[in-house]
Design a protein around this ligand. Structure first.
Ligand SMILES: [Zn+2]
Length: 245
């Protein structure tokens, strides 16, 4: 299984660097993440940090391996300037929002200027999903309904709760600008369901380092029931296309 895991070239659509203390008690440096990427055949990883400084430094240092997603708090008034600087001066390819940890709804009006800027810059919003009350798929879907031309990735595609995972799939079926990312989502079967029912190019693999081990996240995808060319879409092609890598 390990050889098969390593045989697929990958892009990690969602990871972090840094120290996450408190309840999670995990950490990883940029160098440690890249060592794991080398070990498990991950060509590039999309990283985000809050505040953004640490990810800007890492992306500047390893531009061939690390891709930035600009994590901002929409309630802070310099959020738009932070995104513009990250995209124009550091090549960031997406915007990361974490409505749960920063306590706002994805469809709150504080997010509207961010969504408009994502549209202008033609980059996706990557939104944490899976926890009430601030990060449920239905709220992301309401934002997707308001901004049909802005692509939005539901990070964790509903995360650990099966009802939220199903709602992420249901909402993505309804809104063609919604995409799904697999990290932390426990059901291997839902990866195949999403690939077939939502769309072959709308589900992508991610690790969410340092919260998960690479082999765990990779194995779930490999046993999902998809064939090898479909797995290549999930592991590599879909993130490459969405993020224009
Ligand atoms: Zn994450």
């Amino acid at each position: 299984m390990l050889d098969r895991i390593k045989s697929f070239k990958k892009i990690d659509a969602h990871s972090h660097i840094g120290v996450f203390g408190s309840w999670s008690n995990v950490s990883i440096t940029a160098e440690e993440l890249i060592a794991d990427m080398d070990e498990y055949n991950v060509e590039k990883a999309v990283i985000s940090t809050f505040p953004i400084k640490e990810s800007i430094e890492a992306v500047d240092k390893y531009p061939d391996r690390l891709i930035g997603a600009a994590w901002v708090n929409p309630m802070e008034k310099d959020a738009l300037d932070i995104i513009k600087d990250a995209v124009k001066n550091h090549g960031f390819k997406g915007i990361k929002l974490h409505p749960l940890s920063q306590a706002y709804l994805p469809n709150d009006e504080c997010v509207f200027p961010i969504a408009e800027l994502a549209g202008e810059l033609d980059i996706p919003l990557m939104i944490h999903t899976g926890h009430p009350p601030f990060s449920l798929p239905w709220s992301v879907a309401q934002l997707a309904d308001i901004y049909p031309d802005v692509k939005m990735v539901m990070i964790h595609m509903g995360h650990g709760n099966g009802m939220y995972v199903q709602s992420a799939i249901d909402m993505a079926k309804k809104y063609p600008n919604l995409y799904l990312e697999t990290s932390g989502m426990p059901m291997h079967t839902k990866i195949k369901e999403a690939y077939e029912q939502v769309g072959a190019d709308r589900i992508m693999w991610g690790l969410d380092a340092p919260f998960h081990h690479p082999t765990v996240e990779m194995q779930r995808t490999i046993v999902s029931g998809l064939n090898d060319s479909q797995l290549e879409d999930v592991f590599y092609n879909n993130a490459k296309k969405l993020l224009k890598l």
